[in-house]
Write a protein that binds this ligand. Sequence first.
Ligand code: AMP
Ligand code: ZN
Length: 464
Amino acid sequence: MAIRFYNTLTRALDTFEPIVSGQVRMYTCGPTVYNFAHIGNFRTYAFEDLLRRHLKYRGYAVTQVMNLTDVDDKTIRACRETGVPIKERAKPYIEAFFADLDTLRIERAEHYPAATDHIPEMVAIIKQLREKGHTYEAGGSTYFRLSSFPNYGRLSHFDMSQLKEGASGRVDLDEYSTEDARDFALWKAYDDADGNVYWDTELGRGRPGWHIECSAMSMKYLGVSFDIHTGGIDNMFPHHENEIAQSECATGQSFVRYWLHSGHLMVEGRKMAKSLGNFYTVRDLVEAGHNPLALRWVLIATHYRQPNNFTFDAVEAANQALQRIKDFRLRLKDATGGDSDLASEIETCEKNFGAALDEDLNISGALASVFDFVRDVNRLIDRNEAGPNSAKNAEALLARLDAVTGLFPAIEDAAPQAVLDLALERQQARRNKDFARADAIRKQLADEGWVVEDTPDGPRVKRK
Ligand code: AMP
Ligand code: ZN
């Protein structure tokens, strides 16, 4: 059983072999915390979550690092306009980011280093590059000289011969057009527009460019060579290309073995992006009543390399898929027939599920194996051949599959938001000594199949 991933570097399905047997070290470009992340960003984070969970399912010890970009052009502009210090500006958005991860059941990475906590590490790499002749200074800024790295363009298949020596010019912006391959800023000299955002270092007063943070933080936590680097496809060029150039020139070692890139979440044919204003945040969608689990389903059920078109029809279809699985679990729970242990059904399901994900995270194949299982066991229930033992083993299987997909939490954890809201309303009614209202809500919940338990941590809702 080999795991294969489509590696952007080789443009092929490569068999996965980590540098250190049994261990995976992976780096994933994280959010720019100047605002709320949108569900397009979370499509990429959900893909990375599926990747880490599958590797863990296959027995690897995974160390994942995701950076928090808390200094960039947009953040600085916002700080200047509002007068809020940079750390303070980022804090609520970092908290919102973690809350959204939880809402979408995205597992925590092992490290979330923030750029502003790693300025010395970035300066150290830039100094190494300077000593080796890969940089030059202009106007107090330090630039990486693309022509000093012959391998530049290997990841994105950018043709370096198009880049005329000396004619490439420089860019200072963190974001620039994808046609541009220019000497990029490693360190940006302070100017008045930066307000109170600057660091005094051996490179002068200024701040780091965007790309250097990922080289510094990935290598600090994962070593100079590591296994997997991921991100959305828009990060491949120039960001990841620049990361390779900086890292390999500084260390003289190969940076990353496998580069995995996710396709974009689209809205009406266009990439979901803050700059286009065509985005939804997780919190907006949940507030509007959408089931977070259905959102997770929509984000991961399309293969990660395909563009994923976000529609409310797709959310509805996800809800129906979840409902089918829930109905199946409830039906099996009540089954009292001849008690099959489901050994062969479970083995077939898990074998097909794992094999599908081994092949470049083929999620459609994996989910199909779950629905095949549901269909087969439903037939057993119809024939009165399933009972408590079947239910117990099926639940154990679903718990294992949930560890990989995050899509099959035990039913009592999966009360819809409307039910949870009612439980909270009941608690409030009790606090207000409005026992008639509290009882009415308890009855309504019972009619819908839920029981409420009062615990010191608040109400807990369970299936009857
Ligand atoms: P940013 O905060 O723009 O640097 O993006 C953070 C991560 O989200 C990066 O890996 C991006 O490639 C990814 N990303 C941004 N927009 C989308 C989108 N519409 N669909 C999928 N991934 C995206
Ligand atoms: Zn990055």
